[in-house]
Design a protein around this ligand. Structure first.
Ligand code: PLP
Length: 449
């Protein structure tokens, strides 16, 4: 069914703006279940052929020459779309929640509530803290109570809060990070007043032997055990247990950046450090930036023990940075099942794009594709005769923005490669961008591999 609809669009039988029948009606006409039609519409929307317009129905968005068009459907707008840069910067999820019925219903309920005359509770509204705890139980197998959850304005805000809390014990607090790692975290931690040290890591992240050899004790260590950022490996269970034992023995707080574990494509996520039996203090740093959008500026911490109380005290002193109406809408969305449905949909979309990457670049002998087990990005390791910096520059000249792997390294000699975010572009845009990259690889290496 997906293939037949796609062909009809590409043949011009279904033209831009053509309204598709409601899923229930089409399903009845074809004698299939409504779910089959809904999934086909979703897949084609993910590929950029269709667009759901809520009560305006589902419409075709692509011309028969395969080019996308702006929703307004006028010539000028479609010209702009053709020339627009395809942005493969990592960290950008699919924008779908903003077009989804659950999302709009959650906001309608939130704005119908009376506007309070008080500040929202500093640790987060009880409804959102409960919704996050329930979500973590289902999506991460974590048993936490609403009391363990602190609502934040995303990871950057959480890191500032953590530094503020640590300053009560050490000034400046020392935070150890992985290299390569999340450059924003390095920047935010330093700007908040922490002394940041880095340890070189391979694809699966920090190893216990490195920690044992440290000549100083950090106050906290920031790790990405579910999906090393950006290299994409996952910390093996043996290393997780060793990290917990080291942290417990040395009284180091573990900051577990669990930014995209909802999206696993091949292997199941390993249990969070925060769920393993240990007396080490683990703070789970969660965000809605990948599961929904960074536009929301909303995330959460799971805090327990002494460090948890210190973090709560710091938040009580500083107050919440997240608007009450935002917290209301998000708790409605999660409690109504919207987030779980969105994640299931987005997971299918991302899994499909990952296959596209494998189709277009996986067979080449001159690149190595990694970090594909989960998440919304992949790493392309390049041969030395194709410098990533030059490839990125030439790609931008041809309308494709990519980020070099080097930009994630703090001290270690950077590797030659690119980090490709495949969350935000449509399948059509991604395919076009990958074809441009493949063409550049052929040209820069002096011919097809
Ligand atoms: C490793 C990592 N952690 C966390 C985040 C989310 O940050 P925030 O919640 O501040 O948007 C990102 C976003 O790109 C990330 O790459």
């Amino acid at each position: 069914m997906v293939g037949r609809l796609r062909d009809a669009i590409l043949d011009g039988a279904l033209r831009p703006e053509h309204p598709l029948p409601a899923s229930r009606r089409l399903a009845a006409g074809l004698g299939v279940s409504r779910g089959v039609v809904v999934r086909a519409y979703e897949q084609l929307a993910g590929e950029g052929y269709l667009e759901g317009r809520g009560s305006g129905g589902t419409r075709v968005t692509v011309r028969s020459d395969g080019r996308g068009m702006a929703s307004e459907g006028n010539q000028a707008a479609s010209g702009m779309e053709q020339n627009a840069t395809i942005d493969l910067t990592p960290g950008r999820p699919s924008g779908a929640p903003f077009r989804d019925r659950d999302w709009r219903a959650a906001w309608r309920m939130a704005v119908a509530e009376p506007v309070e005359v008080e500040l929202p509770a500093a640790l987060g509204t009880p409804a959102l803290r409960t919704a996050v705890a329930d979500h973590l139980a289902v999506s991460r197998g974590l048993t936490v109570s609403a009391d363990d959850v602190v609502i934040t304005a995303g990871t950057s805000d959480a890191l500032q809060l953590i530094v503020a809390a640590l300053r009560g014990q050490a000034d400046p607090p020392r935070v150890l990070m992985e290299d390569p790692g999340y450059p924003t975290a390095r920047r935010v931690l330093s700007a908040a007043g922490a002394a940041v040290d880095v340890l070189p890591v391979a694809d699966d992240g920090l190893e216990a032997a490195q920690l044992a050899a440290l000549d100083h004790r950090p106050d906290a260590v920031l790790v990405t055990p579910s999906h090393q950022y950006p290299l994409g490996g996952r910390m093996p269970v043996k290393e997780r247990l060793a990290l917990l034992a080291w942290a417990e023995a040395n009284r180091v707080i573990i900051l577990e950046d669990d930014y995209d574990s909802e999206f696993r494509h091949r292997r199941m996520p390993l249990p969070a450090l925060a769920s393993l039996p240990s007396s080490a203090e683990v703070v789970l740093v969660g965000t809605f930036s990948k599961s929904l959008s960074p536009w929301l500026r909303c995330g959460y911490l799971v805090v327990r023990g002494g460090s948890g109380q210190r973090l709560k005290n710091a938040r009580l002193d500083l107050g919440t940075p997240v608007a009450g109406v935002m917290q209301s809408a998000l708790s409605n969305y999660i409690a109504g099942g919207g987030l779980a449905r969105h994640i299931a949909r987005a997971r299918r979309e991302y899994a499909h794009r990952r296959t596209l990457l494998l189709d277009r670049l996986g067979g080449r002998a001159d690149v190595k594709l990694t970090a594909l087990d989960g998440g919304l990005h992949a790493v392309i390791r390049l041969q030395q005769n194709v410098p990533a910096e030059r490839l990125a520059k030439e790609a931008l000249g041809l309308g494709v923005r990519v980020v070099t792997l080097a930009s994630y390294f703090a001290e270690r000699t950077p590797e030659n490669g690119l980090v490709i975010g495949y969350g935000a572009p449509t399948d059509l845009q991604l395919a076009r961008a990958l074809d441009i990259i493949a063409g550049l690889l052929d040209r820069m290496a002096g011919g097809p591999p």
